[in-house]
Design a protein around this ligand. Structure first.
Ligand code: PHE
Ligand code: ZN
Length: 849
């Protein structure tokens, strides 16, 4: 049953639940269309809560029976749950409900994927399994008995007993219901073991469908590396006898940190050299780490309510990025994270969906698993660490774990830990959690008599619901270089707290060149009018890798801006300066590969818009093409040489060293393709023995329009591998020329293997359409129309995934009147769908407001 008038939930309305749960006992009798869930829950009055009705969440449940202390009761049922008169003291609550996992296409609650039972309870999915106070501040120990004829039956905690057709699990750690999980099916395990720092033996398993056993070894190593890292860096040890990971094909998100039983989208755990790219390997390693790290930041210390989501997500993203930096290259990771932040979080924060890192209201919490909560949430922690220093950060984290272990905590708790352990006042810093929007930072410089002064101004444009912004604390990392390229002032963190503030450096012998916002020390938009010469100087000499990259990126942006707005030609001075970096064999190939990429077309659209120019997607695309061609032609003799230098001769390994080489080689291949029409790419495709080389060659062939034979060969080779076929679906839409993007996406949707109820397959086609900037924004509106049609269709089956994808329209007001009208019409068409889900309705409502 649908919710007729969506309710808004407010942070300011938080009230504790009126009861505490001592323990939960569940018996789950599995059957695809009629699973029975019997619950036995001990409730006792919560002395810290105001008087209230006894209300339990429950959705789409068929109540068979309810009893209090053994006596049957008749609760009042609503579409959201049940209300019941209960005794004033402690009591035993029992219910039996029936649910139909086989009919659950929303992939929330208990559902089936390829014949296997699995659950997804975050954020509010447990209420689709049984009646319960489904809120993160209600924590309890769980005992779970699973009955069914599947060979494998898993739940949280430790296995306690099993027999023919049943298995029992007990989780000794009190947890909120969103961390509950159950998996049952015909699964096989890739086993492993880990000894913790205090000498406890932990059994590890990755559970997969038969046939996927060969794709688990990398994930297992990543898990062990994560366990070791969390002990060494954060002093955190694992706390159960067993840790299970399960791969599931139908999953709305990347993965889920259920206590002791992490459930993964199979694309985020299964890996082999033949079927996974280097980027896939790196992502899998990071996600395994992320979910594992949640055991402390999320599970042992959880969130009081869903407004505090960034408490666990921002911190855990921050931790997984530290892990990746330690495992691979810290510089390359930082640059990649900033690319991602600008591509996903900046548009969000600068458009109609803008919201604070800690939102203050929502209709559907699933719509707030956003780049702002996750990635900006992690940036905020990075800033905090930069401000207090590494040592103080470590001490504060120790105090956090000590003080809040077992708690459902808040951002106030988190900040108080830092205040108490450092003596700092963080009241202004807290604005990072409550103020939405991206601050703009502008700079002016002055040099006189050996003193160099930097004057900064910060300003955050208004965002929905927040017209006036107060100044935020900005850690601005700065270094100064002499005109000869020597560093005269090494990286120093300036702490800006006012709307306008100056900082001086004395005793300099000449006017220095400033390298500002090193390492992207604060998530701001830098408005800096720097001479191109100065940027080329930084590109050549900066000791900060991030700013070296940024200088080049800035030059590329400036060049594309002039090409689009003034019809200028490619900036040959930049191309030549970049060549020096690309040629430098002492530099990490992965870094050089990043230097070779142009700013994305969507990033350019954002920049044009910010400068008051209406972006024309076709003109942006044309300029990027012209610039790439100019790079290829200028470097025509260098390219083959570079390709040869990146050749990997040893056996395949997804490590940073090899993958960096391949990344550079493939960036070069895409330029080479512009000169030879795809000859080198075809040769690479034919010879490839790993997915990285095969897929990048295919990508080049698609952009050259020479892909027919390769696409067919790829399909013949991989038609039985779903994850590889997702790549095949995605690439031909993402890499094709703009005018073909929507027609190709549409043609793909007509194939029998376009299994659109599978989120990975849906996203492969529709997500890639949105990634093809000029294709999605085709002037005739065909891209918008196709996507809207499919979102309407998906909404009926899977509101969560449909709603997430609505964000591709978040920049709609940037474009020209014609495109705006087309997008608005599609959004209105979605809004007008009868029975629209609460998820999509909230998203479309915000987009149109
Ligand atoms: N909590 C998960 C993570 O970030 C994400 C998630 C949210 C997964 C909601 C499923 C549903 O690790
Ligand atoms: Zn997470």
């Amino acid at each position: 049953m649908k919710d007729a008038s969506p309710q808004t939930t407010y942070l300011s309305d938080y009230t504790p639940f009126g009861w505490q749960v001592a323990d939960v006992h569940l018996t789950v009798k599995l059957a695809p269309k009629a699973t029975r869930v019997v619950s036995r829950i001990h409730f006792q009055p919560n002395p810290n809560a105001p008087a209230q009705d006894f209300f339990l969440h429950g959705e789409e449940l068929k109540l068979i029976r309810a009893a209090i202390d053994g006596t049957e009761v008749n609760p009042e049922l609503t579409p959201q749950g049940l209300r019941c008169d209960v005794p004033s003291g402690p009591f035993l609550w029992e219910t039996e409900v029936e649910i139909a996992p086989a009919e659950n296409t929303a992939l929330e609650g208990l559902y089936m994927s390829n014949g296997m039972y699995c659950t997804q309870c975050e954020a509010e999915g447990f209420r689709k399994i049984t009646y319960y106070p489904d809120r993160p501040d209600v924590m309890a120990t769980f005992t779970v008995r699973i009955e069914g004829d599947t060979p494998v039956k898993l739940s949280n905690g430790n296995p306690t007993d099993s027999g023919e057709g049943w298995a029992e699990w007990h989780d000794p750690w009190p947890k909120p219901a969103y961390l509950f999980a159950l998996v049952a099916g015909d699964l096989v395990n890739h086993p492993g073991a880990f000894t913790t720092m205090s000498g406890k033996e932990v059994e590890l398993n990755i559970w997969v469908r038969p046939g996927d056993e060969g794709k688990c070894a990398f994930g297992m190593e990543a898990l062990k590396a994560s366990m070791t890292w969390d002990e060494e860096v954060y002093g955190r040890e694992y706390d159960l006898d067993i840790f299970n990971i399960v791969a599931v094909d139908d999953f709305n998100m990347g993965a889920m940190e259920n206590k002791g039983l992490n459930i993964f989208n199979s694309s985020c755990v299964l890996a082999s050299p033949e079927t996974s790219t280097d980027a896939n390997f790196e992502r899998i390693e990071a996600i395994i780490a992320h979910e594992y790290f949640h055991n402390w930041t999320g599970n042992r210390i959880t969130c009081r309510d869903w407004f505090q989501l960034c408490l666990k997500e921002g911190l855990t993203v921050y931790r997984d990025s530290q892990f990746t930096s330690d495992m691979r290259s810290a510089e390359v990771k930082r640059i990649s994270d900033v690319i991602d932040l600008r591509a996903r979080q900046f548009p969000e924060d600068q458009g109609p969906l803008s919201h604070p890192v800690r939102p203050e209201s929502f209709q559907e919490i699933n719509n707030f698993y956003t780049a702002t909560v996750y990635e900006k949430g992690a940036e905020v922690i990075g800033m905090l660490k930069r401000l207090v220093g590494d040592e103080a950060y470590g001490k504060a984290l120790d105090l956090y774990f000590e003080r809040h272990d077992g708690d459902a905590a808040t951002i106030e708790d988190w900040l108080r830990v830092f205040e108490d352990s450092t003596g700092r006042d963080l009241s202004q810093f807290k604005r990072w959690y409550s103020q939405s929007g991206t601050p703009h930072l502008s700079i002016s410089e002055d040099y006189a008599d050996g003193t160099f002064t930097l004057t900064f101004k910060q300003e955050t444009p208004p965002t929905p619901g927040q017209s006036d912004k107060a100044p935020q604390v900005l850690p601005i990392a700065v270094g100064l270089l002499n005109p000869n390229g020597d560093e005269v002032v090494p990286t120093t963190v300036l702490e800006m707290t006012d709307a306008e503030q100056s900082f001086s450096f004395e005793g300099l012998s000449a006017k220095p060149v400033a390298s500002i916002l090193r390492g992207f020390s604060a998530p701001v938009v830098l408005d800096r009018e720097t001479l191109a010469e100065e940027k080329r100087f930084l590109l050549a000499h900066d000791t900060d890798a991030f700013n070296r990259w940024e200088a080049s990126r800035d030059l590329a942006r400036g060049c594309l801006f002039d090409m689009v707005t003034e019809g200028a030609g490619p900036d040959m001075a930049w191309i030549d300066a970049l060549e020096q970096v690309i040629r430098d064999g002492d530099l990490d190939p992965a870094f050089r590969a990043l230097m070779l990429a142009l700013p994305t077309q969507s990033e350019l659209a954002q920049m044009l818009h910010a400068k008051g120019v209406t972006p024309d997607p076709d003109a942006i695309h044309a300029a990027a093409e012209t610039l790439r061609n100019a790079m290829a032609e200028r470097w025509s003799s260098l390219l083959p040489e570079l390709m040869a230098a990146t050749r990997v001769t040893e056996g395949y390994s997804p490590d940073a060293k090899q993958s960096g080489k391949r990344a550079l080689g493939n960036a070069v291949l895409s330029l080479q393709t512009r000169l030879d029409g795809g000859k080198a790419a075809q040769a690479q495709f034919d010879a490839a023995d790993n997915m990285t080389m095969q897929l990048s060659a295919l990508s080049c062939l698609i952009s050259a329009g020479a892909e027919d034979a390769a696409l067919a060969a790829f399909e013949r080779q991989w038609k039985d591998d779903r994850l590889v076929m997702d790549k095949w679906f995605a690439l031909q839409v993402a890499a094709t020329k703009p005018e073909s993007a929507a027609p190709r996406a549409e043609a793909l949707t007509k194939r029998p293997d376009f299994d659109w109820k599978n989120p990975n397959r849906f996203r492969a086609v529709m997500g890639s359409l949105a990634m093809n900037h000029a294709g999605f924004h085709a002037k005739d509106g065909s891209g918008y129309r196709l996507l809207a049609e499919w979102l309407i269709k998906l909404d009926g089956k899977n509101p969560q995934t449909a709603a997430r994808m609505c964000s591709v329209f978040q920049t709609w007001t940037r474009y020209d009147a014609g495109r705006q009208a087309l997008m608005k019409a599609e959004l209105e068409r979605i809004a007008a769908k009868p029975d629209l889900s609460r998820d999509v309705s909230e998203m479309v409502g915000r987009l149109l407001s």
